[in-house]
Write a protein that binds this ligand. Sequence first.
Ligand SMILES: Nc1ncnc2c1ncn2[C@@H]1O[C@H](COP(=O)(O)OP(=O)(O)OP(=O)(O)O)[C@@H](O)[C@H]1O
Length: 356
Amino acid sequence: MTPRLELKNICKEFAGRQVVSDLSLSVAPGQVTCLLGPSGCGKSTTLRIIAGVEHQTSGEIWVDGKLISGDDVRVPPEGRSIGLMFQDFALFPHLSVAQNVAFGLTGSKADNTPRVGELLERVGLSGFDDKYPHELSGGEQQRVALARALAPRPKIMLMDEPFSGLDDRLRDGIRDQTLSVLKEAGTAVLLVTHEPHEAMRMADEIALMRGGRIVQQGNPYNLYNAPVDKEAAAFFSDINVIRGQSNGALTDTPFGQFLTPGHADGGAVEIVIRPQHLKIDFDRSGHGPNPTPQDGTPARAVVTRARFMGRESLVEFRMESDGSYLKATVPAVFLPNEGTTLWLTMRRDRCFVFPA
Ligand SMILES: Nc1ncnc2c1ncn2[C@@H]1O[C@H](COP(=O)(O)OP(=O)(O)OP(=O)(O)O)[C@@H](O)[C@H]1O
């Protein structure tokens, strides 16, 4: 299937500094792709280039198999069939809800009335036509902004942190509703966020960016469970890092030997595990659970801090063997006292091994 939106090798320089490097991706109709990355990694610049308010230094943009931006082609922003929804993309305060939604439509008021009504119904705001933005809650304003952006039936919707102005309780509901409206309309969505949870909740596909490049691209499950490097793992949650040296494809750790094939003899390796994948067992007169192939050897550790976090407890440990520190999250029914000795095991199927 021809992608709705395709970026080919987009590069952008500002005053000789490359802020977007060789960026390629495609988005299918009805698909949501998230550009995820820390502040300054080039996400918003990429969106501005697609919208046509900024031009790339090199590379091409294709929509439905047609070149809309390249060395010799520059379709202006209004000719690209692209809708925009930004955090600070405010409604016009002097226009009613219906007038705001109709703003991007070309027909007469009578022609537009059915479309405006249909859109307000779709975003759950039927009957709000004559209200003004100041009479609406933040969530309602956001839904009007969505209806306004969808009114001209854009092929593509670009969204830059569109939910960050909303309070936590509203945000999840508005996100889910926005997503279903966009999917129903078959719009291809490119959403920029620096929040991994937002990306995982919204995206069919995540493009993880760093320093102007996409470092990993895939569905949320794969990015979380098969990160390309330590930084990619750390972007989605806290991590523990155990350092060692590979010899004969094996690395010694406080949790026994790890298979580390593909690492040179004497090469430093880092074994990464998320806190929720450490298992905790009670000390039974100096003994822990028996070693297993799945979990390796248990290791003794002393609780240095334990915090109740609602759904879970965050427990910090000092390893008896080498004095290093590790963190584990466990169900909140469990809140050990500081100074307690416990046994930790690492779920080996959840460990990632990277060269240091
Ligand atoms: N018009 C410009 N002139 C010069 N440098 C710019 C311009 N626009 C952006 N930059 C630089 O390009 C880099 C990428 O900026 P961009 O806004 O795309 O990042 P971002 O990932 O969206 O960050 P944030 O989440 O903070 O918005 C930054 O270092 C920024 O300072």
